[in-house]
Ligand binder design. Structure first.
Ligand code: PLP
Length: 386
């Protein structure tokens, strides 16, 4: 077949002149933290999501850590975490000394399996961590109902859920708090950065307080420079003005980013839908809005032993790929050695980890890139058929 080769990077931040100019002006101003840009970025993110409260933080992991800390969750407590996610989702409760209770995910969506979640709730359970897997919203109405019945906190890991909604409520506003990531390959970037959103003003105030050492007043509120007291144990998990400046401009590009992702995703999905060697993680309901982080194809078992060959063929033909995520979290060495759970306890998480290939639908790509990706995947599968 005659197809012109293309180079398709899996993730590529889009940084333009507007970002450069605003970052430059921050650097020129000399006001690198505690300035107006963090406030503007928070306001802009709150407006986009409809959040009453938005708190900028150093990264999503810091945001998750702050939530567990602010809830006073610690040793003796248990937090339920899906087995298929980024390691940060599990690290955050571990960092406050809580134990993680892993639950398998749903086979068709990759989101936490709600029946298994209910069965995992025990006397020590204090919170449920929900991940919107690859931007596909989890079944929040059911999870919130469960949490209410058992008196549990709900923390949403929204690292890949910018623009994800159920009905008109944005992900992160169903539970007690939602944490977003602005790492370079995510929906928008501040290089490193994160945001915690919430409907709860008291929680947001506590997070703001412990985000900056537990100091009793903001720098601008000090009448005598350098004079302050510390009223709580805290971190330095602030976001700088330089990072916030990037975020302000990226927010203006966000509607375009999300639209491009959606169009790319639909085009790639249509091109792959009839491919009998793969399965796709599907949308659960029509009133649910997906953020289209990537399109993850799950190879059928007979082909999964050839996954690395297929990935190498794709990469050789210029199609960048990734794996979300490379192991179920309980299979990662730290968690394997700490919890010693049976290897086969999370079959749906294992299927995604060991049989899937993530294809990019990022805003740096267009329709021809999607057609090329689909063609190259078909070719690679054909070459490695068993
Ligand atoms: C990327 C990611 C994180 C970590 O985000 P950072 O901003 O790098 O801390 C956490 N959870 C999920 C689901 C992620 O994909």
């Amino acid at each position: 077949m005659n197809v012109t080769p293309r180079m398709i990077q899996f993730g590529k931040p889009i940084i333009g002149d507007d970002e450069k100019q605003l970052v430059w002006s921050v650097l020129e101003s000399g006001l690198l933290v505690h300035g107006p840009h963090i406030k503007e970025f928070e306001a802009s993110f709150a407006a986009f999501t409809g959040a009453q409260q938005a708190v900028g933080v150093a990264n999503c992991t810091a945001g998750l850590h702050l939530c567990y800390f602010a809830f006073g969750i610690g040793p003796g407590d248990e937090v339920i975490v899906p087995a298929m996610t980024h390691t940060a989702t599990a690290h955050a409760p571990e960092l406050v000394g809580a134990r993680v209770r892993f639950v398998d995910v749903d086979r068709t969506t990759g989101n936490i399996a709600v029946d298994a979640l209910e069965a995992a709730i025990g006397p020590q359970t204090r919170a449920i961590s929900v991940v919107h897997f690859l931007g596909l919203p989890a079944d929040m109405p059911r999870i919130i109902e469960l949490a209410r019945r058992h008196g549990l906190k709900v923390i949403e890991d929204c690292a890949l859920a910018v623009g994800s909604r159920i009905g008109d409520r944005h992900c992160g506003l169903w539970g007690d708090a939602g944490c977003f990531s602005f790492y370079p390959v995510k929906h928008l970037t501040t290089a490193e950065g994160g945001m915690v959103i919430s409907r709860d003003a008291d929680l947001a105030a506590r997070i703001r307080h412990v985000r900056a050492f537990g100091i009793d007043r903001h720098q601008l509120e000090r009448t005598i420079p350098g004079e302050y007291d510390v009223t709580a144990l805290g971190f330095n998990y602030r976001m700088s003005e330089v990072h916030a400046a990037l975020g302000i401009v990226q927010m203006r590009r966000l509607p375009y980013f999300l639209e491009r992702r959606k169009q790319n995703y639909e085009r790639l999905l249509n091109a792959l839908r009839e491919l009998s060697e793969i399965e796709l993680l599907e949308m659960p309901a029509p009133h649910v809005v997906h953020s289209h982080y990537c399109l993850s194809v799950v190879l059928k078992p007979e082909l999964s032993s050839k996954r690395y060959e297929i990935i190498r063929d794709l990469n050789r033909s210029g199609v960048g790929t990734s794996i979300y995520y490379p192991k179920p979290v309980p299979h990662l060495r730290y968690y394997r050695e700490k919890y010693r759970l049976p290897e086969n306890a999370f079959p749906n998480a294992a299927r995604i980890a060991y049989q899937s290939i993530a294809l990019s639908v990022g805003p740096h790509l267009g329709p021809e890139d999607m057609d090329y990706t689909a063609e190259m995947l078909k070719t690679a599968i054909w070459r490695n058929r068993v």
